[in-house]
Design a protein around this ligand. Structure first.
Ligand code: GDP
Ligand code: IMO
Ligand code: MG
Length: 451
């Protein structure tokens, strides 16, 4: 069985990232002809487990392991050329050649060495209390240049702008002065090295660069199916997330228009991915966080350490206030509730049903980070389950307490949970409802972790 060809789909995060989007994209891939990223950059770390092999993808779409699909990096993505090249080379070393089926938008912006330097220097200067806790991949400074316009560099510049070396020398010169004045060091920037990097990018990535919006519209016109892969998560969205502790892009389906050049109305299935509990990396408010033994236990059982930076993820109970908000603003038609297996063994499982701010009960996240920081979680609890879920293959075979938990979450967030994760392997996924007709979950391999 394959996915209905006409239904263009978006997979995106409902939380603060790392929900398991890579796994869902990989699972859906056989039904799609094109997989397209539309936002973020190398801040993303999407894990795909195939048998006993594990792939961590940062800039390449998670569909890249499927030879039949074209992989598109849309113009809303900020591309670090060295990072994408090292990903391409690492896959080639494992026998996977992606060059022939990778297309990068000529309108995509390049993350330059000075963006990464600025990211690091800015965070260091902000100190523990003021920093965002970024991934240090230059994401914010690159998007800032994109909005500033005059100091931005796109792939089209690499190919067509004869004045690029002059422009780059000027930018580098100005950044050195700025860094020295503001941070007391010039960051060790060298214009010749920056230009060398750009030359490598042009030579090696140039053949992949094209008008990807045209490509996507051609695919749509030809009846081919597109899978859009969101990076990060809606609670990190620059407009809707826990600002300013967010990333710098539009992380949900609303990012498809600006980031891929396809009207969002074309994309009719919207799969919001979330976890059976909550995690966050970096700074910022996290109302349902558990800074105790329960939080530690979730971290250990769920192996909650960052795919991109290796940082331990902060853990807490599921937040129905935050997920209801992101499910509603994205219009999620389906919710994938991952890591149900991770909660096995808890006597009771909790979920946050409201916030209390200055003694007042609130059921939607306030805009102000200070208000959110003050919010106290109102938790409810249900009996947990002791069974190992890793070998469960159907929703109806879940222990009754686990199924009751899924149904409670579904009711509280107001969107149907049609997918659930019971382990990292492709085979460890439950599907129900109309999606069950279009996703073929593979049989487990001997390597699928059973405990
Ligand atoms: P993404 O950024 O949303 O793609 O998520 P990450 O790859 O950063 O983090 C998700 C982690 O959870 C990865 O290590 C996945 O292999 C793993 N994972 C995904 N789904 C499940 C699940 O249902 N159960 C368990 N135990 N692990 C899962
Ligand atoms: P995936 O796609 C988890 C977080 C960072 C930091 C904030 C800003 O793997 O789910 P940035 O480097 O973007 O300026 O950092 O956003 N962040 C993520 N957290 N998963 C991600 O991506 C993230 N991308 C950004 O930790 O708090
Ligand atoms: Mg991740």
């Amino acid at each position: 069985m394959t996915a209905a060809r006409s239904e263009h789909t978006c997979v995106f995060g409902l939380g603060w990232g790392d929900e398991g989007k890579g796994k869902i994209v990989d699972l859906l891939c056989p039904g799609f002809d094109v997989v397209a990223r539309f936002n973020g950059g190398a801040n993303a770390g999407h894990t795909v487990c195939v048998g006993d092999e594990k792939f961590a993808l940062h800039l390449l779409p998670s569909g890249v392991l499927h030879e039949a699909a074209t992989s598109v990096v849309g113009h809303g993505v900020v591309v670090d050329p060295l990072a994408i090249l090292s990903e391409i080379d690492a896959l080639a070393a494992r026998g996977i050649d992606v060059m022939g089926r990778l297309r990068i938008s000529d309108r995509a912006h390049l993350v330059m060495p000075y963006h990464k330097i600025e990211d690091k220097l800015g965070e260091k200067a902000a100190g523990e209390s003021g920093k965002i806790g970024t991934t240090a991949r230059g994401i914010g400074p690159c998007y800032a240049d994109k909005m500033r316009r005059t100091t931005a560099i796109r792939f089209a510049d690499l190919l067509f702008n004869d004045d690029l070396p002059t422009k780059v020398r000027k930018i580098v010169d100005n950044r050195k002065k700025y860094f020295a004045a503001v941070y007391g060091e010039d960051g060790g920037l060298d214009a010749a090295e920056v230009l060398d990097e750009l030359a490598t990018a042009r030579d090696r990535l140039g053949p992949c660069v094209c008008d990807t919006s045209e490509l996507l519209h051609g695919a749509i016109g030809g009846g081919r199916a597109i899978l859009f892969e969101g990076a990060n998560g809606l609670l990190l969205d620059v407009d809707h997330g826990t600002y300013p502790f967010v990333t710098s892009s539009s992380t949900g389906p609303h990012g498809i228009g600006p980031g891929a050049g396809v009207p969002a109305s074309r994309v009719t299935r919207l799969i919001g991915v979330t976890k059976a509990y909550a995690t966050r990396v970096g700074s910022g408010p996290f109302v349902s966080e558990l800074k105790d033994e329960v939080g530690n236990r979730i971290r250990v059982q769920g192996h909650e350490f960052g795919t991109t930076t290796g940082r331990p993820r902060r853990c807490g109970w599921f937040d129905t206030v935050a997920n209801r908000y992101t499910a509603r603003l994205s219009g999620a038609t389906d919710v994938a509730l991952m890591h149900l297996d991770t909660l096995s063994g808890f006597e009771r499982v909790g979920y946050c049903v409201a916030y209390e701010i200055d003694g007042k009960r609130v059921d939607t996240p306030p805009a102000d980070a200070g208000q959110l920081e003050k919010a106290m979680p109102v938790f409810e609890f249900m009996p947990g389950w002791q069974e190992n879920l890793r070998t469960v293959r159907r929703f109806e075979d879940l222990p009754p307490t686990a199924l009751a938990y899924v149904e409670r979450i579904e009711t509280l967030i107001g969107a149907p949970v049609t997918l659930a994760g019971v382990g990292p392997d492709r085979s460890q996924t439950l599907v129900r409802g109309p999606l069950a007709d279009v996703i073929a979950v593979p049989e487990p391999t001997a390597a699928a972790p059973s405990s």
